[in-house]
Design a protein around this ligand. Structure first.
Ligand code: HEM
Length: 554
């Protein structure tokens, strides 16, 4: 491993340097070389030459002491842009990365400007690095775009693992939506699911809009105790934010991150047109501010009127006022960012998975019938499935896992960064390399999931009672890794189960027909971006019978 043995002594040297030559008591005429008959100028030249030789010897020694390892294989790309030119602009880049494995192996290294990237395409490398070495692999890449230009470096999902805020964020969200905290939200989720079913009954073609409102309403309530309704401003704002940012967070997207000098273009006089990346930064900054402060101001206003509200933000504000401690601006900012993280990270990921579920049901009528048969048998037709039914519905549970596997809503996870130089299987991974965990490649790895493109929930059901399922649980990958694992996994699973089970209990999803009665095949394509959703596709959503009206009436 490469070490820097002199780094620790730097402060000592700089201390002496600041004292200056007189305090160090050193004068050129004191040099022992002058006693050998050399003039003071000659002594100075000799000493400088010796210094340079010593530096070269130490530098060479360090390089030779470094183990003989090479970088992992990968594409080189163009001279100026590195492999950035190979990745930016490609659709569904996770598939391209997975294909690269055939040429380079499961671990791929490439450069773009000043940045190094490492794509991990295999379960083995993800587990070995991001799980077992999570202490050094849980950092996030710093970004000129999202840091200096937008000012989001301290936000939860972007902050460094060394940022003192990081453990506080994790603790706050764990309390709010971890295995115990999530139970407080079940009733609200069930209410939102019932409203969603009602909307679906009235306007089945608009299922995407109903799914989006249902999921966003649940996370808004968990974060701020806010109840969202149709046409809600905060729901619309989060949708706008997602559309704006989803593609913008792709690794290698911003040239200013690879070439930070470009940031100085912000000082161009106004007569020059503003470059597109600066325009993006400005509008993103504005919308971030609106999202961060809007719902939080609503919480403060409600609390100032003496109204009791739930949610992470109100709970934390109340804890401060009850303790009698003055809350600092920094503490308020931490609460704001924790609540914001739930609001932002939570909704679109759930929406993506539920829309994937609609697509899978359109394509796989047999799977749908089998799940409905299980629900009818276990839950009956007199009530909607509740969270307490989850253990009793193994096929629905397997279907949920298969939705997460078939199209993970965050196919490339969020990027991690390694804090120091590392070596893995004889390959050198330099400090600050950006790690791209290719979740999609793992959930479509033929050796783990035979026929990976087929939607087959049975792969998650044990062949005999008490045995483990035949194929790995995709939840071990789709929610991320190590210390950065998704903070809302328990919340997400509960929301997904309730929405999927209730939809199956009450509606039938099938292929649509055109005006001439011909079957329309649904489009099976997914948008690129950090959260990837199925593109618009046609399907038919019908009530399973009149009896469902009684179940879903408010
Ligand atoms: C199907 C639903 C969801 C999926 C597939 C998902 C997936 C992920 C993934 C892959 C990451 C990155 C993990 C890593 O870097 O290793 C992540 C991070 C995160 N997720 Fe989720 N997520 C979902 C729902 C939610 C929900 C409902 C919430 C909150 C209510 C949430 C909150 C977060 C937060 C705060 C982070 C950042 C964690 C950090 O940086 O330390 N997620 N999620």
């Amino acid at each position: 491993m490469r070490t820097r043995p002199f780094a620790r002594d730097v402060s000592r040297f700089s201390d002496e340097a600041t004292k200056g030559p007189s305090s160090a008591g050193f004068r050129i005429s004191d040099s022992p070389l002058t006693s050998l008959g050399l003039s003071s100028e000659e002594a100075l030249y000799v000493e400088l030459s010796l210094g340079v030789c010593l530096f070269i010897v130490v530098w060479l020694g360090q390089r030779l002491a470094r183990p003989k390892v090479s970088y992992p294989p990968g594409p080189i790309g163009s001279l100026l842009l590195g492999a950035r030119s190979n990745v930016v602009g490609l659709q569904n880049i996770w598939k391209e990365y997975a294909k690269w494995s055939k040429e380079y192996g499961p671990i791929i290294f490439f450069r773009s400007g000043s940045l190094n990237y490492l794509v991990l395409n295999s379960q083995a490398s993800l587990t070995a690095l991001l799980e077992r070495r999570s202490r050094i692999y849980s950092d996030r890449p710093s970004s000129v775009m999202f840091g200096e230009l937008i000012g989001a470096e301290d936000s939860f999902s972007r902050c460094s693992s060394e940022n003192p805020r990081f453990p506080i964020y994790r603790k706050m969200t764990y309390e709010a939506v971890g295995p115990r905290g999530v139970q407080e939200h079940w009733t609200v989720m069930e209410g939102n699911v019932r409203r969603y079913l009602n909307a679906l009954r009235k306007h089945p073609k608009d299922f995407r809009t109903h799914v989006s409102l249902c999921s966003r309403a649940s996370v808004l309530h968990a974060a701020y105790g806010y109840s969202a309704g149709e046409g809600d401003y905060f729901v619309e704002l989060a949708d706008r934010w997602m559309q704006h940012i989803n593609n913008a967070t792709r690794p290698g997207m911003w040239l200013v991150d690879s070439y930070p000098i470009l940031k100085y273009l912000k000082y161009l006089p106004p007569i020059f047109p503003k470059p597109a990346f600066l325009k993006f930064a400005l509008s993103q900054k504005k919308i971030n501010h609106e999202l961060l402060s809007g719902p939080l101001n609503w919480v403060k206003e409600e609390m100032s009127k003496g109204r009791a509200i739930s949610g992470l933000a109100a709970k934390k504000f109340s804890e401060f006022s009850e303790s009698g401690k003055e809350q600092t601006a920094e503490e308020e900012d931490i609460i704001a960012h924790s609540a914001w993280a739930l609001y932002i990270a939570g909704a679109d990921t759930i929406v993506s998975s539920i829309i994937t579920f609609f697509l899978c049901m359109t394509l796989n009528p047999d799977v749908q019938s089998r799940a409905q048969e299980e629900i009818d048998r276990v839950v009956g037709r007199n009530r909607l499935p509740a969270i307490s039914d989850r253990d009793k519905l193994p096929y629905v549970e397997a279907l949920l896992k298969e939705v997460l596997r078939w199209h993970p809503s965050a196919p490339l996870c969020l990027p991690h960064r390694v804090l120091r130089d590392d070596i893995y299987e004889g390959m050198f991974i330099p400090k600050h390399t950006i790690i791209i965990p290719n979740i999609w490649a793992v959930t479509h790895d033929e050796s783990l999931y035979p026929s990976p493109d087929q939607f087959e929930p049975a792969r998650h059901i044990p062949l005999a009672p008490g045995e483990p399922p035949p194929q790995p649980d995709p939840r071990n990958f789709v929610f991320g890794f190590g210390r950065r694992i998704c903070a809302g996994q328990h919340f997400a699973e509960a929301a997904l189960f309730l929405t999927i089970a209730a939809t199956l209990a009450t509606f039938r999803i099938s292929k649509d027909e055109d005006e001439d009665g011909r079957v329309v095949e649904p489009l099976v394509e997914f948008a690129s971006g950090i959260v990837s959703k199925a593109e618009e596709f046609r399907c038919k959503v019908e009530r399973r019978g009149d009896w469902i009206d009684e179940l879903i009436d408010d």
